[in-house]
Design a protein around this ligand. Structure first.
Ligand code: ZN
Length: 279
């Protein structure tokens, strides 16, 4: 190779290197300025949750709670959020207000904690309540909770726990938009309440037990009735989730997704801002 030809190859190589460098530089600048990057990685926990359950309940309800604690703990991996777990629901309002969501797995507040919980919810608190946390009969004697849940008292249930066909009432809601219009639940005991939550204007029913299930039950057989199983009281940042009777409650991936949607939605409605959106 003569000197001229050798020099020309060097110049071509330099040009190419400069062009590639410029391309990479512009790409890096464009990448840094592009807000449409598809993921946000949290650098610190986004919110604070408190799980409450009691061990003073029927065995299946305790087993559900223990399984649910495991489930929610797995969601904290990577420091996505802070999670405290208690079996003694005794807090001041100030302490409760530190939490963005209360998850009640198998019990509701009693005694002097009732007015504290009321104030927490009236002041924008978040609540996700499962199955027996919503149980209230004529002896519960807590009118505020009746209004909060939108039902007056427990009416009946199927028995034993079993799977059932559920149907979506509002497919456009954030909680249901990625859920099939009908799906089979994990095995559970379902509570039917009086009056039917659909009758209350401030309640939005999202999921119901399909009428195709009737008659449902082996020992205790329920023959008819409108049977909402997931709803929100639009006056509060809350979801009641009727499922969650035993440790079998996590056997339906679709139901798990629905539950996760409920959890995220309650948090996303926080007046302090949606923790899943870049602030
Ligand atoms: Zn139960």
């Amino acid at each position: 190779m003569n000197v001229v030809l050798y020099g020309s190859v060097i110049i071509k190589t330099m040009k190419r290197t400069i062009l590639i460098s410029l391309f990479l530089l512009f790409s890096a600048v464009a990448f840094a300025q592009n807000d449409s990057y598809p993921a946000d990685y949290a650098k610190s926990p986004r919110f604070k949750a408190l799980i409450y359950y009691t061990t003073n309940a029927e065995t299946d309800h305790v087993l559900f709670a223990e399984k649910a604690v495991e489930y929610f703990k797995r969601l904290t991996y990577g420091d996505g959020f802070y999670l405290d777990v208690t079996t003694e629901f005794k807090y001041t309002l100030e302490q409760l207000m530190e939490y963005d969501i209360l998850i009640m797995l198998n019990a509701s507040p009693v005694g002097e904690m009732r007015p504290v919980f009321e104030k927490y919810m009236e002041n924008g608190g978040g609540w996700l309540g499962f199955h027996s946390s919503g149980y209230n009969d004529r002896s519960t004697n807590w009118p505020w909770y009746n209004d909060f849940l939108g039902v007056s008292y427990f009416l009946c249930n199927n028995w034993p726990a079993q799977s059932a066909l559920l149907c979506i009432e509002n497919p456009n809601h954030e909680i249901t938009k990625n859920i099939p219009s009908e799906f089979v639940s994990a095995p559970t005991e379902f509570y039917q309440f009086e009056p039917n939550p659909k009758m209350k204007q401030h309640l939005e029913v999202l999921v119901s037990l399909s009428q195709k299930n009737y008659p449902i039950g082996i020992k205790d057989v329920v023959k008819w009735g409108e049977w909402p199983v997931v709803w929100t009281n639009t006056k509060y940042r809350m979801i009641y989730f009727n499922m969650g009777h035993s440790e079998e409650s996590f056997m339906s991936e679709t139901q798990n997704l629905l539950m996760l949607n409920c959890f995220r939605w309650v948090l996303s409605q926080d007046k302090k801002g949606d923790p899943f959106k870049k602030q």
